[in-house]
Design a protein around this ligand. Structure first.
Ligand SMILES: *Cc1c(COP(=O)(O)O)cnc(C)c1O
Length: 388
């Protein structure tokens, strides 16, 4: 029996809505289901304008085009993140200035930002790791002081607030992912939330391959033509139909993930097995894997790190303990996985950036080397139940 790290979740109506999209006779982008999903996000979270994309990577690339990032510009972002956070801006010729994580959490350390700002800095990209909010008040104030734009890489942060404001609605732009590993999913998918009204018009043009086709569909212009640069960033209606089924079940999905997270948390914080969903046989494997490791070999997500229950991680004292623990879990059939390899140490960074950009970032490296994510997906309790 293998417990996977992730399993895409079919919430109920996905296949019916895909069939319906086909019967409607339009399966390319920006149709019935795309508009339903976009309207849902705009109404529920107050984003000024939402555009579905084929991935969060695409949404970030759209953001970089929309902000006119140019060769020589500098963009500040965390080293402990997914490659797309950086790639999107490197594709426009920007240099990336990596910022370290906090000592206690993978999110960027906002107190380090100001000293990294130069006259070339254009933007700060924040990543809400595991759906935990970065310190947006101080980051937005700093950006305003230096006339910088802020992009929220909210790939993991759907349905989560920071001081009463939904993540993704605070920066000038927010990028979301609906990849099958995220809470709400459609295989490959994403969304750009445009919170600065001055950016909406051009965002639609970039989205529609540099044409004013979206305005044409609304009857605002009588023909559409090539007016700017752009690309094919729209997902097909088949993906949007799948996503719509997930959105109908957003509350149920989030509640279940939070209950699973709390089961892990209760178990690791008290050692007691009072889980509501995960069975004790399953949790017992973690105690077994821990045997032979020194006491206090790891710490785990803090109570305040529930966030949107995107992930649950353990943090080991060193790399070799993490490797041992993961290997023991694997022997019991449980697949736990590490996460990002810090970008400032990557082969690409070494090749592309001058030496002075590659400072030592000890916290990012520690999360790369010592963090381990446990299985986290909707059907996990059902699978663990079969362990008896
Ligand atoms: C998943 C993820 C992405 C990329 O999302 P895709 O939809 O797969 O392109 C970008 N940034 C972060 C922080 C992510 O977790």
């Amino acid at each position: 029996m293998t417990i996977p790290f992730n399993k895409p979740f079919l919430s109920g109506n996905e296949l019916d809505y895909i069939r319906d999209a086909i019967q409607r006779g339009k399966i390319s982008g920006n149709g019935h289901y795309t508009q339903k999903c976009q309207a849902f996000f705009e109404q529920r979270y107050g984003f000024q304008k939402c555009l579905l994309t084929s991935s969060c990577t695409d949404a970030l690339e759209m953001a970089a085009i929309l902000l006119d990032i140019q060769p020589g510009d500098e963009v500040i972002l965390p080293s402990f993140t997914f490659v797309s956070t950086a790639n999107a801006f490197v594709l426009r010729g920007a240099k990336i200035v990596f910022v370290d994580s906090k000592a206690e959490h993978p999110n960027l350390d906002e107190s380090l930002l100001e000293e990294l700002i130069t006259d070339k800095t254009r933007a700060i990209v924040v990543v809400h790791y595991g759906g935990i909010a970065c310190e947006m008040d101080s980051i937005m104030a700093l950006a305003a002081k230096h006339h910088l734009v802020v992009i929220e890489d909210a790939a993991q942060a759907i349905d989560q607030d920071y001081r009463g404001k939904p993540l993704g609605s605070i920066g000038h732009l927010g990028a979301f992912s609906f990849h099958e590993t995220k809470n709400i999913q459609c295989g490959e998918g994403g969304m750009l939330a445009i919170n600065d009204p001055g950016l909406i018009h051009r965002a639609e043009i970039i989205w529609e391959k540099g044409t004013d086709r979206a305005a044409f569909f609304r009857g605002e212009v009588d023909k559409y033509s090539w007016v700017d640069i752009g690309s094919s960033f729209l997902p097909s209606e088949l993906n949007a139909a799948y996503l719509w089924a997930q959105l109908e079940n957003l509350g149920r999905i989030q509640a279940r993930r939070k209950a699973i997270w709390l089961d892990y948390y209760t178990y690791f914080s008290s050692g007691e097995q009072k889980p509501s969903l995960l069975n004790s046989r399953y949790l017992g494997y973690f105690a077994e894997a821990k045997q032979g490791l020194e006491r206090a070999a790891f710490s785990f997500s803090q109570a305040s790190d529930l966030g949107n229950a995107h992930l649950f991680y353990l943090l080991f004292a060193d790399h070799s303990r993490r490797t041992d623990f993961a290997a023991r879990l694997k022997q019991s059939g449980i697949l736990a996985v590490f996460h990002y390899q810090s970008l400032h140490r990557s082969a690409m960074a070494k090749k592309y950036f001058p030496e002075q950009y590659l400072r030592n970032l000890p916290h990012a490296d520690r999360f790369s080397d010592c963090l381990l994510r446990l299985p986290m997906f909707y059907e996990l309790p059902d699978i663990t139940a079969t362990l008896g």
